[in-house]
Design a protein around this ligand. Structure first.
Ligand SMILES: Nc1ncnc2c1ncn2[C@@H]1O[C@H](COP(=O)(O)OP(=O)(O)OP(=O)(O)O)[C@@H](O)[C@H]1O
Ligand SMILES: O=C(O)c1ccc[n+]([C@@H]2O[C@H](COP(=O)([O-])O)[C@@H](O)[C@H]2O)c1
Length: 213
């Protein structure tokens, strides 16, 4: 992991990890991370764009350096948010377990909180080493319109009672924004203003990202 990122994490602090493909980053991601920071008293939130997302093999995914640049410009004005290339710089699919294991080794005294939307949370048991993930890090599941958690957590806690103290639901202001919809809007010449930071919108246009389907 980058030295600058390591040096910004103090001993004993509470670290949020906002993982995602961020193709592109939008206000849904930023509101989830900021709400988690405040509600769970996180000292820092690491934004970790995937290199190769494990569950999105058939999606059209912009170059990782461009996705990283868009994340960086979106969080620059928040001193508690940091972007890391740890997954981009690792070869192979970006498994969350590998990332959390690496973070736990680097930051053994710090508490880890993986932040995810309710859509991804509902799939978590299909992730590689799901039990290991829940063991290393607490999980914060942000509400997302169209992806209600329903009885999922109850069933999960019946199966894994220890998870009750490790997985938390978090209500956030509902934003029905997705990267897929933003990419479609660009293809269809529709406006993407106010769905994501203006600097990112300009960057997408200047670099002709998401022009081809
Ligand atoms: N509008 C939203 N509200 C709450 N959580 C969100 C929202 N959009 C994304 N997330 C969460 O942020 C994380 C990263 O999401 P991701 O980068 O896959 O964005 P996405 O909009 O879901 O992308 P795509 O439409 O390309 O699948 C995931 O855990 C996802 O559930
Ligand atoms: O590790 C896995 O098996 C795994 C499977 C699906 C998703 N994830 C992680 O969940 C986060 C959100 O994923 P995505 O595909 O919605 O961008 C991102 O950090 C992914 O690496 C991780």
């Amino acid at each position: 992991m980058e030295r600058s990122v390591r040096e910004s994490i103090a001993g004993g602090c509470r670290i949020g990890i906002m993982g995602g493909t961020f193709n592109p980053i939008h206000y849904g991601h930023l509101v989830a991370a900021e709400t988690a920071r405040v509600e769970f008293a996180l000292d820092k939130v690491l934004f970790i764009p995937t290199g190769i997302p494990p569950h999105k093999v058939h999606h059209q995914i912009a170059n990782s350096d461009l996705r990283f640049a868009m994340v960086e410009m979106s969080i620059r004005d928040n001193e508690n948010f940091i972007a890391s290339r740890i997954e981009i710089d690792r070869e192979g699919p970006s498994y969350t377990y590998d990332t959390l294991k690496a973070l736990h080794l680097l930051f053994p005294e710090q508490e880890l909180f993986f932040i995810t939307g309710s859509d991804a949370l509902r799939d978590i048991l299909s992730w590689r080493e799901a039990e290991g993930i829940i063991g290393i890090s607490k999980i914060i599941g942000a509400s997302r319109p169209g992806y209600e958690i329903g009885g999922f957590l109850g069933e999960l806690f019946d199966r894994y009672p220890y998870a009750q103290n490790r997985i938390f639901e978090m209500e956030i202001p509902a934003l029905a924004i997705s990267s897929t919809d933003i990419r479609k809007r660009i293809w269809n010449n529709k406006s993407i203003r106010y769905l994501l930071p203006e600097e990112v919108r300009r960057f997408i246009i200047e670099n002709n990202i998401y022009i081809s389907k």
